[in-house]
Design a protein around this ligand. Structure first.
Ligand SMILES: [Fe+2]
Ligand SMILES: [Fe+2]
Length: 345
């Protein structure tokens, strides 16, 4: 094996002679770095990320337990297996070592064959664990990508026969996520909003084409059918117990409710309307106003903001409108980013 491929061991002991003995046993098979106290050991461990650490316990200033504790508390070094090499022989000492996160315990005076076998065993266990983690990470990533793709398909299906432009659902979801962040939602909730908002009109899949695409004002009966998209979307999306879809179904049901209770389907008012749906109502309308549709030109930003302000407290949650105004520059950035993407197609 070329020296480049050798695994790296960090040996830590305050007695240079002990380090010499350990290094002598291991240097044929491994690269070795050594430290003569805990502080130096922590520095080296963070800088080079060894594959395993052989750690003395009784050292002045910082003992091996403390070194091990700090290694385990640092996300950069927490995965490195630690073997205590020590003259402390009592079962209590041994137990204490494991409590601090060590994987093994070798007692002095050391037996070269045992040191070699233990190091080899723990390195191979660590390698297996690394390989498993890589597989799991890949699978989680793939699952996440699949979930995202399925969500995008649902969102697209809802708007497929619509007169909206294709990018509407992604852009309005970006606006909604930015507003959720401004409303103090956590990072994971904001991420969920970004996906859930795209499904707000999934129920339009159940609305007949001639109503959805009618190039005229709808009759009151047709309008009644059109309004059913909220409940149809809710029905489709509430089939999943996953919290993301629960949020999406809540949004689908209530994104046409209005702050003053005049919306549909349930005439909910104020905080009875779920916050997710109050947020999406703003992102959705803002995007509809500021983009070109077959029946209208894109409105200038300031005119769209003026409409939101005018409808604050009637259609929209006034506090959320205030927040939306406070992030106007971020909203404009999102809009410009989307325009750039669209123009580059
Ligand atoms: Fe809708
Ligand atoms: Fe929409």
């Amino acid at each position: 094996m070329s020296p480049l491929n050798k695994q790296l061991i960090l040996t830590v002991d305050d007695t240079p002679l002990n380090l010499d003995i350990l290094n002598g046993i291991l240097s044929n098979d491994y690269d070795i770095k050594s430290a003569i106290n805990g502080k130096i050991a922590l520095k080296i461990a963070e800088a080079v990320i060894p594959d395993i650490i052989l750690l003395d316990i009784m050292m002045p200033d910082m003992d091996g337990y403390e070194v091990c504790k700090r290694l385990k508390a640092n996300p950069k070094t927490s995965h490195i297996p630690v073997i205590f090499v020590t003259a402390m022989l009592s079962p209590e000492d041994e137990e204490k070592g494991f409590k601090f996160g060590a994987v093994d315990y070798i007692t002095k005076p050391i037996n070269p064959a045992i040191v070699k076998v233990r190091v080899k065993t723990h390195l191979s266990l660590a390698n297996q664990q690394k390989a498993c983690m890589t597989i799991i990470e890949l699978q989680v990533k793939e699952l996440h990508e699949n979930q995202k793709a399925a969500i995008h398909m649902l969102g697209t299906a809802g708007h497929y026969n619509d007169t909206d432009t294709g990018s509407h659902i992604w852009r309005m979801a970006d606006y909604s996520a930015a507003l959720a962040r401004a409303a103090n939602w956590s990072v994971s909730e904001v991420e969920a909003m970004k996906l859930a908002a795209t499904m707000h009109d999934t129920g339009k899949i159940g609305i007949p084409d001639d109503i959805l695409k009618a190039p005229r004002k709808l009759t009151s009966d047709e309008w009644k059918v059109m309004k059913m998209h909220s409940e149809i979307g809710h029905k489709i999306l509430s089939n999943s117990p996953i919290s993301l879809f629960q949020m999406a179904s809540e949004i689908a049901l209530s994104h046409h409710e209005k702050w003053n209770g005049s919306g549909y389907p349930n005439g909910l008012a104020e905080n009875d309307i779920p916050e997710s749906a109050r947020i999406v109502a703003i992102g959705d309308v803002f995007d509809a106003l500021t983009t070109k549709r077959p029946y209208k030109e894109a409105w200038p930003i300031d005119k769209a903001f003026a409409v939101l302000i005018e409808d604050s407290g009637t259609h929209f949650d006034p506090k959320l409108i205030q927040l939306f105004i406070s992030i106007k520059s971020e909203i404009l950035e999102i809009k410009e980013d989307w325009e750039k993407q669209y123009n580059s197609l």
